[in-house]
Design a protein around this ligand. Structure first.
Ligand SMILES: Cc1cc2nc3c(=O)[nH]c(=O)nc-3n(C[C@H](O)[C@H](O)[C@H](O)COP(=O)(O)OP(=O)(O)OC[C@H]3O[C@@H](n4cnc5c(N)ncnc54)[C@H](O)[C@@H]3O)c2cc1C
Length: 466
Protein backbone atom coordinates (compact mmCIF):
# COMPACT_ATOMS: atom_id res chain seq x y z
CA UNK A 1 0.00 0.00 0.00
CA UNK A 2 1.41 3.42 -0.92
CA UNK A 3 2.29 5.75 1.93
CA UNK A 4 0.16 8.91 2.32
CA UNK A 5 1.78 12.22 1.36
CA UNK A 6 3.08 14.10 4.39
CA UNK A 7 3.80 17.83 4.48
CA UNK A 8 6.80 19.58 5.96
CA UNK A 9 6.89 23.37 5.99
CA UNK A 10 10.05 25.34 6.61
CA UNK A 11 9.61 28.97 7.64
CA UNK A 12 12.40 31.29 6.47
CA UNK A 13 14.78 31.27 3.56
CA UNK A 14 18.03 32.16 5.32
CA UNK A 15 20.90 29.73 5.85
CA UNK A 16 18.99 27.72 8.47
CA UNK A 17 15.78 27.41 6.47
CA UNK A 18 17.51 26.53 3.21
CA UNK A 19 19.69 23.92 4.91
CA UNK A 20 16.60 22.42 6.55
CA UNK A 21 14.48 22.33 3.40
CA UNK A 22 17.25 20.96 1.18
CA UNK A 23 18.39 18.34 3.69
CA UNK A 24 14.78 17.23 4.22
CA UNK A 25 14.02 16.95 0.51
CA UNK A 26 17.25 15.01 -0.14
CA UNK A 27 16.78 12.53 2.68
CA UNK A 28 13.08 12.03 1.95
CA UNK A 29 13.96 11.27 -1.65
CA UNK A 30 16.81 8.94 -0.64
CA UNK A 31 14.48 7.00 1.66
CA UNK A 32 11.58 6.92 -0.76
CA UNK A 33 9.36 8.89 1.60
CA UNK A 34 6.49 10.83 0.02
CA UNK A 35 7.10 14.12 1.82
CA UNK A 36 6.25 17.46 0.23
CA UNK A 37 8.65 20.14 1.44
CA UNK A 38 7.53 23.75 1.21
CA UNK A 39 9.64 26.75 2.18
CA UNK A 40 7.77 29.94 2.91
CA UNK A 41 9.34 33.36 3.35
CA UNK A 42 7.64 36.64 4.17
CA UNK A 43 9.93 38.58 1.81
CA UNK A 44 9.64 38.72 -1.96
CA UNK A 45 12.09 36.42 -3.72
CA UNK A 46 14.72 39.07 -4.48
CA UNK A 47 14.88 40.08 -0.80
CA UNK A 48 14.34 36.77 0.94
CA UNK A 49 17.27 35.55 2.95
CA UNK A 50 17.14 37.84 5.98
CA UNK A 51 20.52 38.39 7.56
CA UNK A 52 22.14 35.60 5.55
CA UNK A 53 21.77 37.59 2.33
CA UNK A 54 23.92 40.40 3.77
CA UNK A 55 26.38 38.38 5.80
CA UNK A 56 30.03 37.82 4.87
CA UNK A 57 29.46 34.53 6.70
CA UNK A 58 32.78 33.99 8.43
CA UNK A 59 32.65 30.64 10.19
CA UNK A 60 34.79 29.62 13.08
CA UNK A 61 36.62 26.56 11.84
CA UNK A 62 40.32 25.79 11.64
CA UNK A 63 39.73 24.65 8.05
CA UNK A 64 36.72 23.38 6.08
CA UNK A 65 37.41 19.93 7.49
CA UNK A 66 38.41 20.71 11.07
CA UNK A 67 37.17 22.47 14.14
CA UNK A 68 39.54 24.00 16.63
CA UNK A 69 39.99 21.51 19.49
CA UNK A 70 39.03 24.22 21.98
CA UNK A 71 35.74 25.08 20.21
CA UNK A 72 33.31 23.73 22.81
CA UNK A 73 35.29 25.18 25.72
CA UNK A 74 35.46 28.50 23.88
CA UNK A 75 31.68 28.48 23.48
CA UNK A 76 31.21 27.72 27.15
CA UNK A 77 33.50 30.62 28.03
CA UNK A 78 31.84 33.00 25.54
CA UNK A 79 28.40 32.18 26.97
CA UNK A 80 29.68 32.65 30.53
CA UNK A 81 29.02 28.94 31.11
CA UNK A 82 25.29 29.31 30.47
CA UNK A 83 25.42 27.77 26.97
CA UNK A 84 24.30 24.17 26.48
CA UNK A 85 27.42 22.02 26.18
CA UNK A 86 25.55 19.27 24.30
CA UNK A 87 24.36 21.79 21.71
CA UNK A 88 27.84 23.15 21.06
CA UNK A 89 29.36 19.66 21.06
CA UNK A 90 26.86 18.61 18.37
CA UNK A 91 27.68 21.77 16.43
CA UNK A 92 31.39 20.94 16.54
CA UNK A 93 30.79 17.30 15.62
CA UNK A 94 28.56 18.08 12.63
CA UNK A 95 30.28 21.18 11.28
CA UNK A 96 32.84 19.49 9.00
CA UNK A 97 30.28 17.17 7.38
CA UNK A 98 27.82 20.05 7.03
CA UNK A 99 30.43 22.21 5.31
CA UNK A 100 31.29 19.30 2.98
CA UNK A 101 27.57 18.95 2.20
CA UNK A 102 27.18 22.70 1.55
CA UNK A 103 30.32 22.59 -0.62
CA UNK A 104 28.82 19.72 -2.62
CA UNK A 105 26.15 22.20 -3.70
CA UNK A 106 28.59 24.30 -5.62
CA UNK A 107 29.83 26.53 -2.81
CA UNK A 108 33.56 26.93 -2.37
CA UNK A 109 35.12 27.67 1.00
CA UNK A 110 38.18 29.84 1.50
CA UNK A 111 40.28 30.81 4.51
CA UNK A 112 39.88 34.58 4.44
CA UNK A 113 41.80 37.45 5.94
CA UNK A 114 39.79 39.16 8.67
CA UNK A 115 39.66 42.90 9.22
CA UNK A 116 43.08 43.68 10.76
CA UNK A 117 42.99 41.56 13.88
CA UNK A 118 43.89 37.90 13.94
CA UNK A 119 41.42 36.20 16.29
CA UNK A 120 40.25 32.60 15.94
CA UNK A 121 40.70 30.91 12.57
CA UNK A 122 37.75 31.02 10.23
CA UNK A 123 36.49 29.90 6.85
CA UNK A 124 34.15 31.72 4.49
CA UNK A 125 31.99 30.70 1.56
CA UNK A 126 33.37 32.35 -1.53
CA UNK A 127 30.71 34.97 -2.34
CA UNK A 128 29.55 35.12 1.31
CA UNK A 129 25.89 34.82 2.33
CA UNK A 130 24.52 35.63 -1.15
CA UNK A 131 26.31 32.54 -2.51
CA UNK A 132 24.67 30.42 0.19
CA UNK A 133 21.22 31.77 -0.69
CA UNK A 134 21.69 31.40 -4.43
CA UNK A 135 23.19 27.91 -4.49
CA UNK A 136 21.21 26.28 -1.70
CA UNK A 137 17.95 27.73 -3.09
CA UNK A 138 18.78 26.37 -6.54
CA UNK A 139 19.67 22.96 -5.11
CA UNK A 140 16.50 22.95 -3.00
CA UNK A 141 14.35 23.70 -6.05
CA UNK A 142 16.07 20.90 -7.96
CA UNK A 143 15.43 18.58 -5.02
CA UNK A 144 11.72 19.38 -5.27
CA UNK A 145 11.24 22.01 -2.55
CA UNK A 146 8.31 24.33 -3.36
CA UNK A 147 8.96 28.00 -2.52
CA UNK A 148 6.37 30.54 -1.47
CA UNK A 149 7.59 34.10 -1.23
CA UNK A 150 5.86 37.18 0.09
CA UNK A 151 4.05 34.70 2.32
CA UNK A 152 4.35 35.25 6.08
CA UNK A 153 3.81 32.44 8.57
CA UNK A 154 1.38 33.54 11.28
CA UNK A 155 0.35 30.55 13.39
CA UNK A 156 0.98 26.85 13.79
CA UNK A 157 -2.31 24.99 13.71
CA UNK A 158 -2.70 22.13 16.18
CA UNK A 159 -5.39 19.50 16.35
CA UNK A 160 -5.47 16.90 19.11
CA UNK A 161 -1.93 17.82 20.13
CA UNK A 162 -0.61 17.27 16.61
CA UNK A 163 0.57 19.86 14.07
CA UNK A 164 -1.93 19.89 11.20
CA UNK A 165 -1.24 23.15 9.44
CA UNK A 166 0.48 26.48 9.18
CA UNK A 167 -1.56 29.65 8.86
CA UNK A 168 0.11 32.04 6.42
CA UNK A 169 -0.74 35.46 5.10
CA UNK A 170 -0.13 36.48 1.53
CA UNK A 171 -1.30 39.77 -0.03
CA UNK A 172 -3.58 40.32 2.96
CA UNK A 173 -5.32 36.93 2.62
CA UNK A 174 -5.03 34.21 5.24
CA UNK A 175 -4.70 30.58 4.25
CA UNK A 176 -3.96 27.38 6.12
CA UNK A 177 -1.35 25.20 4.49
CA UNK A 178 -1.49 21.54 5.51
CA UNK A 179 1.54 20.63 7.60
CA UNK A 180 2.52 17.58 9.61
CA UNK A 181 5.78 19.08 10.72
CA UNK A 182 7.23 22.61 10.84
CA UNK A 183 10.79 23.91 10.98
CA UNK A 184 10.99 27.47 12.26
CA UNK A 185 14.01 29.27 10.80
CA UNK A 186 12.74 32.83 10.66
CA UNK A 187 15.35 34.70 12.68
CA UNK A 188 15.50 36.72 15.87
CA UNK A 189 13.41 39.73 16.92
CA UNK A 190 15.71 42.64 16.04
CA UNK A 191 13.17 43.92 13.50
CA UNK A 192 10.34 44.23 16.03
CA UNK A 193 10.43 47.59 17.78
CA UNK A 194 8.05 46.62 20.56
CA UNK A 195 9.90 43.40 21.40
CA UNK A 196 13.22 45.25 21.29
CA UNK A 197 11.81 47.89 23.64
CA UNK A 198 10.42 45.24 25.98
CA UNK A 199 13.75 43.45 26.34
CA UNK A 200 16.33 46.22 25.99
CA UNK A 201 14.46 49.37 26.99
CA UNK A 202 12.80 52.13 24.98
CA UNK A 203 15.96 53.32 23.31
CA UNK A 204 16.22 49.97 21.53
CA UNK A 205 13.19 50.88 19.44
CA UNK A 206 15.27 53.36 17.47
CA UNK A 207 18.41 51.25 17.16
CA UNK A 208 19.65 51.02 13.62
CA UNK A 209 19.49 47.61 11.92
CA UNK A 210 22.80 46.59 10.48
CA UNK A 211 21.54 45.29 7.14
CA UNK A 212 18.53 45.73 4.87
CA UNK A 213 17.62 42.08 5.55
CA UNK A 214 17.53 42.36 9.35
CA UNK A 215 14.08 43.96 9.59
CA UNK A 216 12.35 40.83 8.28
CA UNK A 217 13.33 39.08 11.49
CA UNK A 218 10.58 40.36 13.72
CA UNK A 219 10.17 37.59 16.27
CA UNK A 220 7.23 35.95 14.44
CA UNK A 221 8.56 32.43 14.89
CA UNK A 222 9.33 33.00 18.57
CA UNK A 223 5.75 34.19 19.16
CA UNK A 224 4.28 31.27 17.16
CA UNK A 225 6.30 28.77 19.21
CA UNK A 226 5.36 30.54 22.44
CA UNK A 227 1.68 30.05 21.58
CA UNK A 228 2.39 26.31 21.73
CA UNK A 229 4.06 26.71 25.09
CA UNK A 230 7.65 26.45 23.84
CA UNK A 231 10.38 26.89 26.40
CA UNK A 232 12.52 29.95 25.96
CA UNK A 233 16.26 30.14 26.16
CA UNK A 234 19.23 32.38 25.43
CA UNK A 235 20.04 35.78 26.86
CA UNK A 236 17.05 38.11 26.47
CA UNK A 237 19.35 41.00 27.24
CA UNK A 238 21.79 39.84 24.58
CA UNK A 239 22.22 41.10 21.05
CA UNK A 240 25.03 41.24 18.58
CA UNK A 241 25.73 44.84 17.62
CA UNK A 242 28.56 46.59 15.81
CA UNK A 243 29.64 50.21 15.38
CA UNK A 244 28.95 51.59 11.93
CA UNK A 245 29.47 54.87 10.11
CA UNK A 246 26.45 57.02 10.96
CA UNK A 247 26.54 58.64 7.50
CA UNK A 248 26.71 55.52 5.39
CA UNK A 249 23.83 54.03 3.44
CA UNK A 250 25.67 50.72 2.89
CA UNK A 251 24.82 47.45 4.57
CA UNK A 252 27.05 46.91 7.62
CA UNK A 253 29.35 49.90 7.05
CA UNK A 254 31.53 48.98 10.01
CA UNK A 255 34.40 51.19 11.11
CA UNK A 256 36.83 48.97 12.98
CA UNK A 257 39.86 51.22 13.23
CA UNK A 258 38.71 52.84 16.47
CA UNK A 259 41.23 50.89 18.61
CA UNK A 260 44.06 52.75 16.87
CA UNK A 261 42.81 56.18 17.92
CA UNK A 262 40.36 57.36 20.55
CA UNK A 263 36.58 57.54 20.67
CA UNK A 264 34.78 60.56 22.10
CA UNK A 265 31.16 61.25 22.84
CA UNK A 266 29.23 64.35 21.78
CA UNK A 267 30.82 66.21 24.68
CA UNK A 268 34.29 65.48 23.36
CA UNK A 269 35.06 63.02 26.18
CA UNK A 270 36.39 59.48 26.04
CA UNK A 271 34.14 56.90 27.65
CA UNK A 272 35.72 53.45 27.28
CA UNK A 273 39.02 51.65 26.78
CA UNK A 274 39.25 51.58 22.99
CA UNK A 275 42.16 49.16 23.17
CA UNK A 276 40.88 46.63 25.68
CA UNK A 277 40.91 43.85 23.08
CA UNK A 278 40.78 43.10 19.39
CA UNK A 279 37.78 44.63 17.62
CA UNK A 280 35.71 41.46 17.61
CA UNK A 281 36.17 41.35 21.39
CA UNK A 282 35.04 44.94 21.99
CA UNK A 283 32.61 45.86 19.18
CA UNK A 284 29.46 44.40 20.66
CA UNK A 285 29.52 46.22 23.97
CA UNK A 286 31.01 49.35 22.47
CA UNK A 287 28.17 49.52 19.92
CA UNK A 288 25.62 48.97 22.69
CA UNK A 289 27.28 51.58 24.84
CA UNK A 290 27.08 54.16 22.04
CA UNK A 291 23.43 53.49 21.42
CA UNK A 292 22.18 53.08 24.96
CA UNK A 293 24.46 55.32 27.00
CA UNK A 294 26.16 57.96 24.85
CA UNK A 295 24.41 61.34 24.60
CA UNK A 296 22.33 61.41 21.38
CA UNK A 297 23.50 57.80 20.74
CA UNK A 298 26.53 58.95 18.73
CA UNK A 299 30.31 58.83 19.12
CA UNK A 300 33.31 59.86 17.06
CA UNK A 301 36.43 57.86 16.35
CA UNK A 302 39.33 60.33 16.22
CA UNK A 303 42.55 59.35 14.46
CA UNK A 304 45.42 61.00 12.69
CA UNK A 305 47.30 60.44 9.44
CA UNK A 306 49.18 57.49 10.90
CA UNK A 307 46.09 55.45 10.15
CA UNK A 308 47.27 55.44 6.54
CA UNK A 309 50.56 53.80 7.58
CA UNK A 310 48.75 50.71 8.89
CA UNK A 311 49.04 48.02 6.25
CA UNK A 312 45.64 47.22 4.68
CA UNK A 313 43.81 49.57 7.06
CA UNK A 314 40.99 49.79 4.48
CA UNK A 315 40.07 46.19 5.33
CA UNK A 316 38.73 47.44 8.64
CA UNK A 317 36.49 50.16 7.14
CA UNK A 318 33.39 49.20 5.19
CA UNK A 319 31.89 52.64 4.86
CA UNK A 320 31.71 54.22 1.44
CA UNK A 321 32.01 57.68 3.02
CA UNK A 322 35.54 59.01 3.57
CA UNK A 323 36.49 60.23 7.06
CA UNK A 324 36.01 63.85 8.04
CA UNK A 325 39.43 65.53 7.72
CA UNK A 326 40.82 68.60 9.47
CA UNK A 327 44.25 70.12 9.83
CA UNK A 328 43.74 71.13 13.44
CA UNK A 329 41.77 69.72 16.35
CA UNK A 330 39.90 73.01 16.64
CA UNK A 331 38.75 72.66 13.07
CA UNK A 332 37.84 69.00 13.69
CA UNK A 333 35.80 69.84 16.79
CA UNK A 334 33.88 72.45 14.82
CA UNK A 335 33.28 70.06 11.92
CA UNK A 336 31.87 67.32 14.11
CA UNK A 337 30.08 69.64 16.50
CA UNK A 338 31.77 68.80 19.81
CA UNK A 339 33.00 71.48 22.26
CA UNK A 340 36.42 72.64 21.02
CA UNK A 341 38.00 72.96 24.45
CA UNK A 342 36.78 69.50 25.53
CA UNK A 343 38.19 67.76 22.46
CA UNK A 344 41.49 69.64 22.79
CA UNK A 345 41.71 68.68 26.47
CA UNK A 346 40.79 65.04 25.82
CA UNK A 347 43.43 64.65 23.11
CA UNK A 348 46.08 66.50 25.13
CA UNK A 349 45.42 64.31 28.19
CA UNK A 350 45.49 61.17 26.07
CA UNK A 351 48.66 62.20 24.22
CA UNK A 352 50.43 62.98 27.49
CA UNK A 353 49.68 59.43 28.64
CA UNK A 354 51.10 57.83 25.48
CA UNK A 355 54.54 57.20 26.91
CA UNK A 356 55.30 53.78 25.40
CA UNK A 357 57.58 53.08 22.47
CA UNK A 358 55.45 53.89 19.42
CA UNK A 359 57.66 51.53 17.38
CA UNK A 360 56.06 48.60 19.19
CA UNK A 361 52.66 49.52 17.67
CA UNK A 362 51.19 46.48 15.90
CA UNK A 363 47.62 46.74 14.62
CA UNK A 364 47.25 42.99 14.06
CA UNK A 365 47.48 41.89 17.69
CA UNK A 366 47.09 43.25 21.21
CA UNK A 367 50.48 44.96 21.21
CA UNK A 368 50.67 45.90 24.90
CA UNK A 369 51.31 49.54 24.01
CA UNK A 370 49.28 50.82 26.94
CA UNK A 371 48.77 54.42 28.00
CA UNK A 372 50.04 55.48 31.42
CA UNK A 373 47.87 54.03 34.22
CA UNK A 374 46.86 57.55 35.25
CA UNK A 375 44.70 57.82 32.10
CA UNK A 376 40.97 57.29 32.67
CA UNK A 377 39.36 55.48 30.92
CA UNK A 378 42.53 53.46 30.33
CA UNK A 379 43.84 52.56 26.89
CA UNK A 380 45.34 49.08 27.11
CA UNK A 381 46.80 48.62 23.63
CA UNK A 382 47.68 50.69 20.55
CA UNK A 383 48.18 53.88 22.60
CA UNK A 384 49.94 56.25 20.19
CA UNK A 385 49.61 60.02 20.38
CA UNK A 386 47.17 61.63 17.96
CA UNK A 387 49.36 64.41 16.67
CA UNK A 388 50.00 64.08 12.97
CA UNK A 389 47.54 65.99 10.79
CA UNK A 390 45.39 65.62 8.95
CA UNK A 391 43.14 64.56 11.83
CA UNK A 392 40.40 62.12 10.86
CA UNK A 393 36.98 61.41 12.35
CA UNK A 394 34.25 58.87 11.76
CA UNK A 395 30.84 59.45 13.36
CA UNK A 396 29.71 56.11 14.80
CA UNK A 397 26.38 54.65 15.80
CA UNK A 398 25.58 51.20 17.19
CA UNK A 399 23.63 48.87 14.89
CA UNK A 400 22.00 45.58 15.87
CA UNK A 401 22.63 42.47 13.78
CA UNK A 402 20.68 39.87 15.75
CA UNK A 403 19.21 39.06 19.14
CA UNK A 404 20.08 36.13 21.44
CA UNK A 405 16.77 35.35 23.18
CA UNK A 406 14.77 32.65 21.42
CA UNK A 407 13.14 29.25 21.63
CA UNK A 408 14.77 26.39 23.50
CA UNK A 409 15.96 23.56 21.28
CA UNK A 410 17.90 20.45 22.09
CA UNK A 411 20.87 19.10 20.17
CA UNK A 412 18.42 17.49 17.69
CA UNK A 413 16.88 20.90 16.86
CA UNK A 414 13.60 19.89 18.54
CA UNK A 415 11.64 22.73 20.13
CA UNK A 416 11.06 22.00 23.78
CA UNK A 417 8.06 22.51 26.06
CA UNK A 418 8.59 21.90 29.77
CA UNK A 419 11.79 20.07 28.86
CA UNK A 420 10.16 17.65 26.39
CA UNK A 421 10.08 18.01 22.58
CA UNK A 422 6.94 19.44 20.96
CA UNK A 423 6.01 16.73 18.43
CA UNK A 424 6.76 17.82 14.87
CA UNK A 425 8.25 21.21 15.74
CA UNK A 426 11.89 22.05 15.02
CA UNK A 427 13.88 25.27 14.93
CA UNK A 428 17.32 26.41 13.83
CA UNK A 429 19.44 29.52 13.43
CA UNK A 430 18.92 32.89 15.04
CA UNK A 431 15.45 32.03 16.32
CA UNK A 432 16.97 29.59 18.80
CA UNK A 433 18.30 30.92 22.07
CA UNK A 434 21.74 29.51 22.67
CA UNK A 435 23.88 32.60 23.02
CA UNK A 436 24.48 34.39 26.29
CA UNK A 437 26.48 37.45 27.29
CA UNK A 438 28.51 38.02 24.11
CA UNK A 439 28.07 36.57 20.63
CA UNK A 440 30.73 33.95 20.05
CA UNK A 441 32.70 35.25 17.10
CA UNK A 442 31.81 33.72 13.69
CA UNK A 443 29.39 31.06 14.99
CA UNK A 444 25.92 32.33 14.05
CA UNK A 445 26.10 31.31 10.40
CA UNK A 446 27.78 27.99 11.14
CA UNK A 447 25.12 27.00 13.63
CA UNK A 448 22.35 28.10 11.23
CA UNK A 449 23.66 25.69 8.59
CA UNK A 450 24.47 22.84 10.98
CA UNK A 451 21.23 22.88 12.95
CA UNK A 452 19.18 23.73 9.85
CA UNK A 453 20.43 20.50 8.29
CA UNK A 454 19.83 18.57 11.51
CA UNK A 455 16.28 20.01 11.70
CA UNK A 456 15.59 18.89 8.12
CA UNK A 457 16.78 15.35 8.85
CA UNK A 458 14.92 15.14 12.15
CA UNK A 459 11.71 16.45 10.62
CA UNK A 460 11.78 13.68 8.01
CA UNK A 461 12.52 11.08 10.69
CA UNK A 462 9.57 12.44 12.60
CA UNK A 463 7.30 11.87 9.60
CA UNK A 464 7.72 8.11 9.63
CA UNK A 465 4.81 6.31 8.00
CA UNK A 466 2.06 5.88 10.57
C1 LIG B 1 25.85 42.30 8.08
C2 LIG B 1 25.91 41.00 8.82
C3 LIG B 1 27.13 40.37 8.99
C4 LIG B 1 27.19 39.14 9.64
N1 LIG B 1 28.39 38.49 9.70
C5 LIG B 1 28.42 37.25 10.21
C6 LIG B 1 29.60 36.46 10.13
O1 LIG B 1 30.59 36.86 9.50
N2 LIG B 1 29.60 35.23 10.72
C7 LIG B 1 28.50 34.74 11.38
O2 LIG B 1 28.56 33.63 11.91
N3 LIG B 1 27.37 35.45 11.44
C8 LIG B 1 27.30 36.67 10.86
N4 LIG B 1 26.13 37.37 10.88
C9 LIG B 1 24.95 36.74 11.49
C10 LIG B 1 24.42 35.63 10.59
O3 LIG B 1 24.55 36.00 9.23
C11 LIG B 1 22.96 35.35 10.90
O4 LIG B 1 22.81 35.13 12.28
C12 LIG B 1 22.46 34.14 10.11
O5 LIG B 1 22.57 34.43 8.73
C13 LIG B 1 21.03 33.82 10.51
O6 LIG B 1 20.51 32.86 9.64
P1 LIG B 1 19.00 32.41 9.84
O7 LIG B 1 18.72 31.47 8.72
O8 LIG B 1 18.75 31.98 11.22
O9 LIG B 1 18.15 33.75 9.64
P2 LIG B 1 18.06 34.73 8.40
O10 LIG B 1 19.15 34.52 7.45
O11 LIG B 1 17.92 36.09 8.95
O12 LIG B 1 16.71 34.30 7.67
C14 LIG B 1 15.46 34.45 8.28
C15 LIG B 1 14.41 34.44 7.18
O13 LIG B 1 13.11 34.32 7.79
C16 LIG B 1 12.19 35.12 7.08
N5 LIG B 1 11.03 35.36 7.94
C17 LIG B 1 10.97 36.10 9.06
N6 LIG B 1 9.73 36.04 9.57
C18 LIG B 1 8.99 35.26 8.75
C19 LIG B 1 7.64 34.82 8.74
N7 LIG B 1 6.76 35.19 9.68
N8 LIG B 1 7.23 34.02 7.74
C20 LIG B 1 8.08 33.64 6.76
N9 LIG B 1 9.38 34.04 6.72
C21 LIG B 1 9.82 34.82 7.71
C22 LIG B 1 12.99 36.34 6.71
O14 LIG B 1 12.41 37.02 5.62
C23 LIG B 1 14.36 35.72 6.36
O15 LIG B 1 14.44 35.41 4.98
C24 LIG B 1 26.03 38.59 10.21
C25 LIG B 1 24.80 39.23 10.06
C26 LIG B 1 24.73 40.42 9.34
C27 LIG B 1 23.40 41.07 9.13
Amino acid sequence: MSQPLRNLIVVGQGAAGLAAALAAAEIAHARGRPIAVTLTDKAVETQAGGNTRWSPSYMRMASPTHMEPTFVDDMRTATKFQGDEAYFARLAAEAPSTIAWVASHNIQFIQPTYYLAQGPPRIQPSGGGPAIIKNLARAARQAGVAFRHDCAAREIVIDNGRITGLAVEQHGAREILPADSVVLACGGFQGHGEMMGAHFGDRAKTMRLISPGSHFNSGDGIRMAMQLGADLSGDWNGMHAESIDARSKNSAPVVLVYPYGIVVNKNGQRFFDEGSGQVHETWEWFARDIHFNAPSSIAYAILDSRLFEIADYQRAIRSEVPPIRANTLVEMAELIGVPVSNLAMTVATYNAACLGDANSFDATRCDGLAAAPTLWPPKSNWARAISMPPFLAYPLVGAVAYTFGGVATDSRARVMCNGAPIPGLFAAGEITGHFYATAPNAVSMLRALVFGRIAGHEAVENLRPR
